[in-house]
Ligand binder design. Sequence first.
Ligand code: NAD
Length: 475
Amino acid sequence: MTTIQVRNPRSGEIDYQIPCFSENEIKLRATSVRDAQKKWASLSIENRCDILREWHTAISDNRDIIANALCIDTGRQAFSGFEVDVALKLIDHWIHRAPALFKKDSGISNQVPSVNYQHTLIPYPIVAAISPWNVPLILGLIDAIPALAAGCAVMLKPSEVTPRFAAPLEKTINLVDELSDVFSLIMGDGLTGRAMIDAADAVCFTGSVATGRLVAVHAAERFIPAFLELGGKDPAIVTRQADIHKAADAIIRSAVGMTGQACQSLERIYVDIDIIDEFTDTLLERLAHVKLNWPNIECGHIGPIIHAPQAKIIQTQLSEAISDGATVIYGDGVVEHEGGLWCTPTVLTNISHKMRVMKEETFGPVIPIVAYHTIEEAIALANDTEFGLSAAVFCEDQKEALWIAEKLVVGAISINDASLTSVVNDVEKNSFCYSGLGGSRMGDAGFTRFLRKRASLIQTAKPMSIDIFKESGDH
Ligand code: NAD
């Protein structure tokens, strides 16, 4: 078996390794979970939820061990504990919500009233969940938990960049017999992910647009659904009617929090020309309180850049923008400390949409600020992108804010806050343009998308005869 070396984001050292599952091993795992899924799907939804409740207890009992592994994976401490707590809340949510959604329905056809129907819900036998490195635990489990509740077996592959949490998570799964039969962690890289799609009946993929495209093509070749959650380049519009302090705080939290390594990070800020000076001064004043969590992981807000190649992307975008005329009014871009790579919050002005920092995902705590003269101009700038994940509008006049929101080509708009989709998981939303594909992972659809409907159609009258096809000239 080949192994993959894993880098520690705080020290830059290779200090961990994982096995890379072979195609054959994935086939064997798939055969095993496919067999076990038949029994799993035959349990009542209440039974499956009871089993997920046992798993909740197992995770709670091992919270700190999982959080510590995540902490090494990501170089951030407080958020690692938070990730485990969110995972527990997701299990809670689906235990309570899934039974109400898993209802057989029946009725009478409107078109042919002599026909009654009954629907049966059929889960996809195997869901492959393939996840990225930025929020390693939540982004795997956000799809796995509702899929399991729906009656699917799940093969979950964490990113090879942040795989340390998988071993303690797997221990919690193994503490619950029925669950371990249908929930398998698969370790490996892109080729492993590809082989999983060959073995699955549906795929949930969270990651980059480039890989998402490969996954979509591969899933299409196999005629299986692909639910894709991809990158973003989220804009914020700060209008003349904004509460500037509220806007500055929310924008900093969204753009800089998680080191900007979140799909829904704000990466483009458009501000009304009349308030841009006051807004920028407020933002810089607030940013002065934001610190790296180095050298002490227990202090500060900003963890290291988890994946070293991302540091190069961030610095290249910054350097290119500067050589094309952008001005850095705050921050130092990417900095190295004892082998780890960090990025200070970096604010840019004199920006153009020709620059890559305004076109491509940065995935770092970079805040480009652009002035606009009319709201129509701001909307056009916000929509000038191939992404369509989410956006923010700051405007205390709610009617005006909603008017602006309706003009933005994105799947979710936070009004007078930012990145609300990272905390509000129970409201449905889709990802537009190159930011994603398929049914909503949020809200009830996050569960129902794993169920196909089989209709049994019962004729209660005499069946129609061949004569309905009879040509008019026949007697
Ligand atoms: P990535 O696309 O490089 O990798 C994601 C996963 O796909 C990894 O597990 C990887 O091993 C696997 N993979 C690679 N090639 C594959 C292939 N051919 N077939 C199947 N699987 C394959 O993404 P990343 O760098 O890990 O994550 C960062 C990206 O994820 C950013 O673009 C970010 O915006 C996006 N993201 C999106 C959301 C969302 O909800 N929309 C959330 C978090 C992250």
